[in-house]
Ligand binder design. Structure first.
Ligand SMILES: [Zn+2]
Ligand SMILES: [Zn+2]
Length: 314
C-alpha cells in the first residue's frame, strides 16, 4: 500500500531532483502523472477538500476530468498553467462535476489561452457551452473589443457523447467512455486513458457495477469513488431528509467493500480512492476508508488527498 507520505515523498523527491544541478543529468520528469485536484464528493463547498476534479498530464498536455467548484484554483495550486489544459471531460451533469466547466475555460482564456480546448461529456455539454456564452456575453464582447482578446467562443469546442467508445485519440492518449449507472442518472461515463506509461480508469460516480471491472480489466490505476456506510449513518441522523438521502447515496454510489470487489475483479495494480462520501467527516480516518476495501482487494491502495500526485508507470 502506498500511503500519502510515500506519494508526497516521491513527488517532492522528483521536484527536488529537477531543480538540483547535481542531479539534473539523471533526473527524469515523469512523462505521465495524475494529480488529484479535488477529492470531496458532493457540491457543498467547505474549507476542507475541494470538490471533484482530476488531472492527467502527459507530455505537458493537461487533461481535466470533471470540473467541480475550485478546479481552476487547484490547477494553479498544482503549478499547472490553466492554458495548458487542452481537453476537458465531464463524467455527468451533477453540479459537483460540472459547476466550474465554463469558468475553467474562461479562466484559461483570462490567462492568455490562444489554442482550442476540446470538451467532452454526456448530452448537455454542447448546450451548456452555448448557454455559458449567453450568460457571459457582455463581459466577453467587452473584452474582445476593449482589450483586443481573441474570441473565446471559437476556442471551446464541445462534443456530447451519446454512446460508449473512443472519444479521443492523439499521439499520446486514447480515451474511451463507458456508461455506468448513477441513479437516477444514466447519462454518466467512466473514462479510460491509455497513455504511453500505463492505463488509468476513472470510475465517475457510480452504483456498484461489476461491468466497470471488465472495462477496467488490467488497468494500472483505477480511480474509484467511494462511500463509507458508518459515516453516512451519522450524516443522515443530522439531516431532515435523512432517510431519502441515505437511500439515494446507497443506490447511486459504491460502498468501500464493493470498491474492493471491483478492483479485485479488474486486477488493477493500484486502486486510488477518491470522491469521498462523506468527504468532510473529521471522524473518518484513512484506515476507515481502506478497511473494508481490503476484505476483497489485496493490491496497493492510495487514499487520495487534494493535490497529491501519482507518477506513471506505477
Ligand atoms: Zn459527485
Ligand atoms: Zn454524481
Amino acid at each position: 500500500m502506498i500511503d500519502r507520505r510515500d506519494v508526497l515523498k516521491l513527488a517532492l523527491g522528483s521536484a527536488a531532483a529537477l531543480t538540483s544541478p547535481a542531479l539534473a543529468q539523471t533526473a527524469v520528469k515523469p512523462r505521465t502523472r495524475i494529480v488529484f485536484l479535488g477529492t470531496k464528493g458532493g457540491p457543498r463547498v467547505t474549507t476542507g477538500a475541494s470538490n471533484p476534479a482530476n488531472l492527467v498530464m502527459v507530455n505537458d498536455t493537461a487533461y481535466v476530468i470533471d470540473c467541480g467548484m475550485g478546479v481552476s484554483r487547484q490547477l494553479v495550486a498544482a503549478g499547472v498553467p490553466i492554458p495548458s489544459v487542452k481537453y476537458i471531460f465531464i463524467s455527468h451533469h451533477h453540479s459537483d462535476h460540472n459547476l466550474e466547466y465554463g469558468n475553467l475555460f474562461y479562466n484559461a482564456w483570462a490567462a492568455g489561452l490562444s489554442t482550442p480546448i476540446h470538451s467532452f461529456g454526456p448530452r448537455g455539454v454542447e448546450a451548456m457551452t452555448n448557454a455559458y456564452w449567453e450568460l457571459n456575453r457582455f463581459d466577453v464582447e467587452t473584452r474582445i473589443e476593449d482589450e483586443g482578446r481573441p474570441d473565446p467562443r471559437k476556442l471551446l469546442i464541445a462534443r456530447d457523447i451519446n454512446e460508449d467508445g473512443v472519444v479521443l485519440q492523439t499521439s499520446d492518449v486514447k480515451v474511451t467512455a463507458f456508461r455506468t449507472p448513477h441513479p437516477p442518472i444514466t447519462d454518466n461515463f467512466a473514462y479510460k486513458f491509455e497513455t504511453p506509461d500505463g492505463v488509468i480508469v476513472f470510475s465517475s460516480d457510480t452504483a456498484y457495477n461489476p461491468k466497470l471491472a471488465e472495462f477496467a480489466k488490467g488497468a494500472d490505476v483505477l480511480v474509484h469513488e467511494c462511500l463509507y456506510v458508518p459515516a453516512v449513518d451519522r450524516l443522515v441522523i443530522k439531516t431532515k431528509n435523512g432517510a431519502t438521502l441515505k437511500k439515494h447515496l446507497l443506490e447511486s454510489h459504491t460502498t468501500t467493500e464493493d470498491v474492493g470487489r471491483i478492483a479485485a475483479a479488474a486486477g488493477v495494480k493500484v486502486l486510488v480512492l477518491s470522491h469521498f462520501v462523506p468527504g468532510d467527516d473529521p471522524l473518518v480516518t484513512d484506515d476507515n476508508w481502506t478497511e473494508d476495501v481490503k476484505k476483497n482487494f489485496f493490491g496497493r491502495i492510495v487514499v487520495a488527498k487534494d493535490l497529491m500526485q501519482l507518477a506513471l508507470p506505477v
